[in-house]
Design a protein. Structure first.
Length: 136
C-alpha cells in the first residue's frame, strides 16, 4: 500500500502536480478503507466478527431461556407428582369413608331387622315358647 502511494505521488510530481491540495487528495484516497485490499479484508473480517459476536450473544440468551424453561418444567413435573400423590391419598380416604358408611347402614338395617324379629317373637311366639317350656 505504501509503495503504491509513493508511486502515485512520484508520478504526479513528474507530471508537474504539487501542493497541499494535491497531497491532501492523495492522502484521503489512500486512507480510505476500500483503497487497500488488506484493509478491505480487515473491514470485512471485523464486520463478520461483529456478526458472530452478536450470534454468540443471542445463543447465550437462548441458552439461558432454555435453562429457565427446563427449571420451570422440572418444577411443574415435581408439582404434578405431588398432586398425583395427594389425589391418590384423597381417593383412598373417600373409598374408606364410603365403606364405613355402607357398614353403618348395613348395621342399622340388621339392627332394625333384629328388633322387628324380637318384637314379633315376643308378641306371638313368646307365648308359645313359654308354653313349650311349662309342659310339665
Amino acid at each position: 500500500m505504501v509503495y503504491n502511494f509513493l508511486a502515485e505521488l512520484e508520478e504526479c510530481y513528474a507530471n508537474g502536480q504539487s501542493g497541499n491540495d494535491f497531497l491532501r487528495s492523495l492522502l484521503d484516497k489512500w486512507n480510505q478503507p476500500d483503497a487497500d485490499k488488506v484493509n478491505a479484508a480487515r473491514v470485512k473480517v471485523d464486520q463478520i466478527k461483529q456478526v458472530m459476536i452478536q450470534n454468540i450473544e443471542k445463543a447465550l440468551v437462548r441458552g439461558a431461556a432454555l435453562n429457565e424453561l427446563e427449571d420451570r418444567t422440572n418444577h411443574l413435573a415435581e408439582s404434578a407428582q405431588a398432586f398425583e400423590s395427594s389425589a391418590r391419598e384423597l381417593k383412598c380416604k373417600f373409598i374408606r369413608e364410603k365403606w364405613k358408611l355402607i357398614a353403618i347402614i348395613v348395621g342399622i338395617i340388621v339392627g332394625i331387622i333384629i328388633i322387628i324379629v324380637v318384637a314379633v317373637v315376643a308378641s306371638n311366639g313368646g307365648r308359645r315358647l313359654l308354653a313349650d317350656i311349662d309342659v310339665d
